[in-house]
Design a protein around this ligand. Structure first.
Ligand SMILES: [Zn+2]
Length: 332
């Protein structure tokens, strides 16, 4: 229902997206761009193909001015005035497609981007738990008959295939051992998959990307959901990543929340910004401001719609919420 209303309102948005856009910066976030079917991603992210991605970029280029990381920082600090509203392109998770597919497009178009990575997966040492979820779902969809032992791992009794999928999709960071049990039962060899497909960027690629002028920054150590962690766990994952970035001469002045910043309390930000080297952090709540001054929200672009539609919907939703004063996230 909510989506229907927003879609309807979005249809009335003008063609001048940049002008009607309610913020003076636009921060799109993607994970992957590929023309291939990627079993480890396709059940968790509706990534775009190259044609859709290029259309998004062309739309954004028309209405916004792309900026680099240093221009973004200057803009926030009040030292840079873009001609149009500015846009900073960001990617999360450090997938190899950033290097293979995205960068050639960005180089051709002259657009900067920053990728927020999890050091635990760089060099394909391990699969992120959600990628395991995706591989398992892929197997559930393909398999003829499912071993009842799998149901018992999940304490389910004769679920439908859909119920089984929903239950697997719900497995969180703290229960990720369950996913290892399931991959075993489904005879999915994650090590072999990593070797064969190299889903993540390598240390060498991070170096080359940095030399080319692209940004590599922090997305936590191994992608936990921050609102499920204690403050101590949050800080451990964050600080470990900053040490890694520093050691490898990558960017250590920003942090993008894995999954979502939703439910993360003020004490984390107080602790985070004690580190004076950190310029800002990024959430993904769409077009929203935040009571944390240096937390900027990005717009998820992989919602199964064109970039233009997404931006129009975000703008329409913002206007709708303005009426009830719900555009600012307040943290305690
Ligand atoms: Zn992520």
């Amino acid at each position: 229902m909510k989506d229907k209303i927003i879609s309807l309102l979005a249809a009335f948005e003008t063609e001048n997206l940049g002008k009607s856009f309610p913020m003076d910066y636009c921060l799109p976030v993607y994970h992957c761009v590929s023309d291939e079917n990627l079993p480890h991603i396709r059940h968790i992210i509706q990534y775009k193909n190259t044609k859709q991605f290029e259309a998004d970029l062309d739309c954004l280029s028309k209405h916004f001015q792309w900026v680099s990381w240093s221009e973004f920082k200057d803009f926030i600090s009040g030292n840079f005035k873009p001609k149009k509203k500015m846009a900073l392109l960001t990617f999360d998770d450090g997938f190899r497609e950033f290097y293979d597919t995205v960068i050639p497009i960005l180089e051709r178009k002259g657009i900067y981007a920053c990728n927020f990575i999890n050091p635990a997966f760089i060099d394909n040492q391990e699969l992120m738990f959600r990628c395991k979820t995706s591989l398992i779902i892929d197997e559930v969809e393909r398999g003829q008959k499912i071993d009842p032992e799998i149901f018992s791992v999940l304490s389910l009794e004769n679920p439908t295939r859909e119920q089984l999928k929903q239950q697997i999709l719900k497995i969180n960071y703290h229960k990720r051992d369950l996913l290892d049990k399931l991959t075993e039962k489904f005879e999915i060899d994650c090590k072999a998959y990593l070797k064969k497909h190299s889903p993540y960027l390598t240390t060498d690629q991070l170096k080359i990307l940095t030399q080319k002028g692209y940004g590599i920054s922090s997305h936590s150590w191994d992608h936990p959901k921050y609102n499920e962690l204690s403050l101590q766990e949050q800080m451990e994952s964050t600080e470990l990543t900053f040490s890694y970035l520093k050691e490898n001469n990558l960017m250590y002045d920003s942090f993008a929340f894995p999954f979502t910043d939703f439910g993360v309390k003020k004490d984390f930000f107080d602790e985070l910004f004690k580190n004076q080297e950190i310029f800002c952090c990024f959430g993904s709540a769409g077009v929203k401001s935040d009571s944390i001054e240096r937390l900027f929200h990005r717009i998820p672009m992989e919602m199964g719609e064109s970039g233009e539609k997404t931006l129009k919907k975000e703008t329409a939703y913002f206007r709708l919420k303005k009426i009830i004063n719900k555009n600012k996230i307040v943290r305690r």
